[in-house]
Design a protein around this ligand. Structure first.
Ligand SMILES: [Mn+2]
Length: 431
């Protein structure tokens, strides 16, 4: 017998891969994991009959000669099936998109693609073979792609994910159903909890990072906490979020962390607490520890482990073309034209930053035929400058709020450099 499996705690991408995998291996039998990830539960329950997955228990005593693995290449993540197959020595074929994970499945044929979703790999193979899908399978597969690509907003998204999705739409996928399955908070208690967590958020600036924290105590653990935390992170604009759930009955604290910045690696921040995961999503469990004191000591640890954030000083261009306030407007105009900028900071004779001269200011002087007037009478006196340690968030709100293209960085009146909108955009792209 040939079996098709995904990783433990199957998610939507797993299910999408498996239903498509069935077209490649029509004689294969899909096996469900013991637990199903909360995000995939409603889809699974609704399509149980159509999916027709057997449980891993049913493998006991069966003669499996080939295993097709989807969405993982790690033995530990398919152990729950292998445990029922102690005598298995057959062929293993892997379809996976986690190319950074090392593969410890001996003699496996690994079909690896770096797409945003693993389902994409299977969809493109079937497209190539001109296979016709049942619309319900197209819907399940498309849900998998949306889920693993964060609705096509994650950095891992590539052209192939779009191509596969287009094809799945052609195969009759229902976007209405996809949207339904992707709603992260389906239960009323989850929505209530979402608002409770939101109400207790504390904003902290730690080493230039904006971190939000929340401590929440509850009797028993409920399903879908990670989705709640994710939703909170979605609506808040912070660098990272840590929600600590004190679980009274189990006498432990569950920490769930999310980050949107490479330099705030939540997995390494949670490592000293016995946690793990990815750079941007990780969790930890503190057994036997609960209460406000745990929260306090977590904040303390966090302060120690956070690497200082990038600040205005790191982004700025230090050599700035400046205008003197005693120059004539005409000279300033010629100067700006020569350097090809739309504006420049103005310094007084003491060398202090005293204004900003833009082409707009110059045209005002031109209209009133005052090109010989000194710069100081036409420059913009109110300069929106920032401090050298201004955070990325502050710069961002500067650009948005004042609609300026440059932000002078000053210290005690002295101009240190300038951050342009381009500097800022370049940073966003590389971070
Ligand atoms: Mn995946």
């Amino acid at each position: 017998m040939k079996i098709l499996v995904g990783h433990s705690n199957m998610d939507l991408d797993c299910m999408g891969s498996m239903v498509l995998g069935r077209y490649l291996y029509p004689d294969g039998v899909c096996v469900k994991s013991r637990l199903i990830h909360p995000v995939a539960k409603s889809l699974y329950n609704l399509y149980k009959k159509h999916l027709n997955f057997i449980s891993s228990k049913e493998l006991q005593g069966s003669s499996v000669d080939e295993i097709i693995v989807f969405d993982t290449r790690t033995r530990g993540r398919i152990r729950e099936y292998l445990d029922f197959l102690p005598d298995f020595h057959g062929k293993i074929t892997v379809y996976d998109h986690h190319s950074n994970d090392s593969c410890d499945l001996e003699n496996a044929d690994v079909y690896s693609r770096d797409y945003g979703a693993n389902t994409t790999t299977l969809a493109l193979i079937l497209k190539e073979q001109k296979v016709q899908l049942e619309p319900v399978d197209a819907t399940i597969a498309l849900t998998g792609i949306f889920a693993d690509t964060g609705n096509f907003t994650h950095e891992n998204v590539c052209q192939e994910d779009f191509e596969a999705s287009t094809w799945l739409m052609e195969q009759g996928a229902s976007m209405k159903l996809v949207g339904q399955f992707l709603k992260p908070l389906k239960q009323e208690y989850q929505i209530t909890l979402f608002h409770q967590v939101l109400n207790r958020l504390v904003y902290k600036r730690i080493h230039g990072h904006t971190i939000i924290l929340s401590y929440f105590e509850m009797k028993d653990q409920v399903g879908g906490l990670a989705q709640i935390v994710e939703k909170v992170f979605d609506v808040e604009n912070a660098d990272a979020l840590f929600v600590l759930f004190g679980l009274q009955k189990a006498n432990k604290t569950l920490i769930i962390g999310r980050s949107q910045k490479e330099t705030v690696d939540v997995s390494s921040i949670l490592a000293p607490w016995g946690g793990g995961g990815h750079t941007r999503a990780a969790s930890a469990q503190l057994k036997g520890k609960i209460g406000q004191a745990v929260y306090e000591s977590f904040i303390h640890g966090l302060t120690k482990s956070l690497v200082p954030a990038v600040s205005a000083e790191d982004l700025m261009t230090p050599e700035v073309d400046v205008i003197q306030d005693s120059w004539s407007v005409l000279d300033a105009s010629i100067f700006l034209e020569k350097i090809g900028h739309t504006g420049a900071p103005v310094l007084n004779d003491k060398g202090d930053l005293c204004g900003f001269m833009t082409l707009r200011d110059i045209s005002k002087a031109r209209k009133s035929e005052q090109m010989k007037a000194p710069v100081r009478s036409y420059m913009t006196r109110k300069v929106h400058s920032c401090k050298r340690d201004a955070s990325i968030k502050e710069l961002e709100s500067f650009f948005l709020q004042f609609n300026v293209g440059h932000i002078p960085v000053a210290h005690e009146g002295r101009l240190l450099g300038i951050v342009t909108r381009t500097d800022y955009l370049n940073y966003l792209e590389r971070r």
